[in-house]
Ligand binder design. Structure first.
Ligand code: TLP
Length: 348
């Protein structure tokens, strides 16, 4: 099976399994798990923040950050295709009483002018704005990386108007690799940053939320509130340490393969994709409308599944393929050959 649905499907590596088997553990709710402590310190250092906290999922990391930085009844500004807005089950409304204020963009990048215009003026009868959330890389915008200058420009506007800034950096190391910029530099303009170990870095579980020490201390209370206080979780943190040490430097390989996939798909009938707009490991592409075919995307996904290849149809015309450590060059070529067969049928 060639599984291009997501980089979340990756399995722990043999080195992770070994580290998990021998991990030193303790009760992390009492702050007594030495392996978790080491992972949190290492993550804070990599992200250039004072402290970090281990959480089970990226969603929980984002939502803890929102709970700490968005007041109930206030608005959170984010890009309209942001994961926090589209895939986190309305959690900011459920857990924090906050409202999303989505900004529609043509390329995935909010501009400082758009953010400024979306912030409420300090008038007693206007819904206040408390937080700006950014996403790097931007999943639904085909893994778009955002450079430090753009991040800084947006954060400066937000800060000047009293907002906090949170970065959903689920794949910040992919952004860092693509831009040739340290992750800490990309995270520097933001108060808090979340990143995932469980995606391209191939750990089985886990994300970290990093930020100022006092906020991360409070995050321990909120994590418990959300049911995320874990016990001898050093068995998982051990895999996370291996992920940070061994899996970051190879991400360029995934990016190269995603670009090759885009180049091959661009030559097939019906496909609309610009390989120059594939920067990291996520490829989101469109299929042209075809009379008589309500959902060419579903048909391509089904045809690929029949040939042992998995991807996700996001809508009738949009699909996503994600490269990762378990996708090698022959898997890319096999995917292109299979997609060619199915697309010939659809667009004959
Ligand atoms: N993304 C998943 C799906 O939920 C779409 C994927 O397969 O890409 N931020 C971003 C940018 C993400 O892409 C994801 C997961 C999360 C947060 C949430 O992480 P988890 O799944 O650990 O809660």
């Amino acid at each position: 099976m060639i599984d291009l649905r997501s980089d979340t499907v990756t399995h722990p590596t043999p080195a992770m399994r070994r580290a998990m088997a021998t991990a030193e553990v303790g009760d992390d709710v009492y702050g007594e798990d030495p392996t978790v402590r080491r992972l949190e310190a290492r993550a804070a250092e990599r992200l250039g923040k004072q402290a970090a906290i281990f959480v089970p999922t990226g969603t929980m990391g984002n939502q803890v950050a929102i709970h700490l930085q968005a007041r109930p009844g206030s608005e959170v500004i984010l890009e309209a295709r942001a994961h926090i807005f589209n895939f986190e089950m309305g959690a900011m409304a459920v857990w924090s009483g906050a409202l999303p204020r989505p900004i529609t963009t043509s390329d995935g990048f909010m501009t400082p002018e758009q953010v400024s215009a979306a912030i409420s003026p300090p008038i007693s009868y206007r819904t206040p704005t408390s937080l700006l959330c950014l996403e790097n890389t931007h999943n639904l915008w085909s893994g778009l990386p955002m450079d430090a200058a753009r991040t800084e420009a947006l954060a400066t506007v937000a800060r000047s108007r009293g907002l906090a800034v949170h970065l959903d950096g689920a794949r910040i190391f992919n952004a860092a690799a693509a831009l040739g910029t340290p992750a800490a530099t990309l995270a520097a303009p933001c108060d808090t940053v979340m990143f995932c170990l469980s995606k391209g870095l191939a750990a089985p579980i886990g994300s970290l939320l990093a930020g100022p020490s006092d906020l991360i201390r409070e995050a321990r209370r909120v994590r418990k509130l959300f049911g995320g206080g874990m016990r001898q979780v050093g068995v998982l943190a051990a895999a996370g340490l291996v992920a940070l040490d061994e899996m970051v430097d190879r991400l360029d390989e995934d990016h190269r393969r995603a670009r090759r996939l885009a180049q091959g798909l661009a030559e097939l009938p019906g496909v609309e994709v610009d390989p120059a707009r594939v920067w990291t490991n996520i490829l989101v592409f469109q299929l042209r409308s075809q009379s008589g075919e309500a959902s060419p995307a579903a048909r391509l996904a089904a045809g690929l599944r029949d040939r042992g290849i998995l991807c996700i149809a996001f809508s009738d015309h949009e699909l996503r393929m994600v490269t990762h450590v378990e996708i090698d060059d022959p898997a890319i070529e096999a995917t292109l050959a299979a997609a060619g067969e199915v697309l010939e049928e659809i667009y004959q």
